[in-house]
Write a protein of this length. Structure first.
Length: 291
């Protein structure tokens, strides 16, 4: 005959199951995993009339997403996925759009969640324009459902898609092309901004003896490396006829690069022209003083 099992009291300070001695705090919405929290947000929708679903989206925008950071991320995931198609339909050619955050240049999509660039702080500047469109669209939809006398004002979206959207999209393109050329520095996944990703070679300038001015040395033996400009200090000035790059510091704010453009010119072409001019400006101003 087998011996009886040992009593629980001989096991030490551990209590018998299923009653552990260490008490855990009850879970809250802020401590739930993202997939469970996202499921809870999805369950707030009713599967009935479209008007009720629009009111839920309005409630997500003005109330629920302001509860905590984790709930904000879950609500914005639902809102951006819902209104992305309506947002993209209002983009007029030759403009393009890409408002969702992407992995930073030089990092993989499987970056750790402990990155200093939090999901609520998108490096993609067009994401902010999409969020403004969502806040305006949910209000207009609910007001139109509540009253037949409410007319959606076309000028409400005019500034968004005539100025803010192409300007933000152009800034994102300058970031991508500028980082590729080594003239724009962006935060890395470790939270450190590289000071000099790709050195920019510039030929030294020397005086001529003929008195005709300055000439560049044909020899490439001497080269100076210039650190790229941080993307956080750059913005774009946008108009239908010209675009430029504005550099902002604590002391001053000025346009350092400007190129002409036509109304039919794509934003990608304008961004490449700006990056080319920015590369020349950095070569002429190696001691810009920004890090």
């Amino acid at each position: 005959m087998l011996p009886p099992p040992p009593p629980y009291i001989d096991a030490g300070p551990v209590s018998p199951p299923p009653f552990p001695t260490q008490s855990r705090a009850p879970p809250t919405l802020s401590t739930l995993s993202p997939n469970i929290l996202l499921r809870i947000v999805y369950e707030t929708f009713s599967y009935g009339r479209v008007e009720k679903q629009r009111k839920v989206l309005y409630w997500l925008t003005i109330s629920l997403r302001l509860t905590s950071r984790s709930i904000y991320i879950a609500c914005m995931h639902v809102l951006r996925s819902t209104y992305l198609q309506a947002y993209a339909a209002l983009i007029r050619p030759p403009y393009t759009t890409d408002p969702f955050p992407h992995a930073l240049p030089g990092t993989s999509s499987a970056a750790p969640s402990s990155s200093s660039l939090l999901p609520a702080q998108s490096v993609q500047r067009e994401t902010g324009v999409l969020d403004l469109f969502i806040a305006l669209k949910v209000r207009e939809d609910v007001w139109a459902d509540d009253s037949e006398l409410h007319l959606e004002r076309e000028e409400s979206f005019k500034d968004l898609f005539d100025l803010m959207q192409p300007r933000a999209r152009l800034e994102d393109l300058v970031r991508v092309y500028g980082h590729r050329e080594g003239v724009v520095a962006v935060p890395s996944s470790s939270g450190v901004t590289p000071l000099c990703t790709t050195p920019i070679a510039s030929s030294p300038v020397k005086k001529t003896f003929s008195g005709m001015g300055e000439s560049r040395s044909p020899s490439g033996a001497y080269r100076s490396a210039t650190s790229p400009l941080p993307f956080a200090a750059l913005s774009v000035s946008y108009s239908p006829r010209a675009v430029g790059i504005v550099l902002s510091t604590r002391q001053w704010k000025k346009r350092i690069v400007e190129v002409p453009r036509t109304r039919e010119e794509t934003l990608e072409m304008s961004a490449k022209k700006l990056v080319r001019e920015l590369k020349g400006w950095l070569a002429a101003n190696p001691n810009h003083g920004l890090r």
